[in-house]
Design a protein around this ligand. Sequence first.
Ligand code: F6R
Length: 251
Amino acid sequence: MIKYICAKDEYEAGSCAARIFAEIINSKSDAVIGLATGSTPLKMYAKLVEMCKNSEISFKNVISVNLDEYIGLQPSHDQSYAYFMRENLFKHIDINPDNTFIPNGVSQDDLSECDRYNNVLEKIGGVDVQLLGIGHNGHIAFNEPNSFFTKDTSIVDLSESTINANSRFFISKNDVPRRAISMGIGRILRSKRILLLATGESKAKILEESLFGRITPQIPASILQFYQGEMIVVGDKAAFSEIIKNHPEVL
Ligand code: F6R
């Protein structure tokens, strides 16, 4: 069953998501946490940093795995996801950098890198809680609309819609990488818990469509309706607006 938490705004949604993560980590100090990048989790990461500074939470024994990375960006590039994680979370908390895993977007051989990352995930064991954002086209991680659901970590061609959406972070659209390495959907569904975080009006339609509409690889997030673990959707009122209108009973 999916649990829905509708927060007042993106700050409250971020704090709520951070508290859920903190609770899991506080009850299992060596928890494996699955992390995402993008605009959505920024408030949540800021709250986790604050909680760590106030000694409300410690990441000393925590292991983190990230969903994806652009192919072709060095970890030092300010739009790489390695850089994003370092700047927005890792360097501010007491996590051991050796316990943080992100696909390498600049390996010699991308296919071998997918295998390596799958092996890393396999070795680490189950993810206790996986954070997900959602793309405007319904992608989760970088699993784009397709004719099939991906199983394991793979190389993906980013869709035009994702390239357009993410061009806001780059000087020009031409600078946005065209390919990424992404954890597969099969792998995501193996996490013990999933926390789907969505904020802003622009996510309202796709959030509702994904969670209440047809289950199809054309809307990758729709597969979450089949998820067997514990799933919490945290969003602000704007992102929840279509759900509030059409499915008020779930709130
Ligand atoms: C990022 C990721 C993506 C984002 C999604 C939403 O690691 O996996 O699926 O969660 O593109 O991005 P924002 O939050 O920027 O709207």
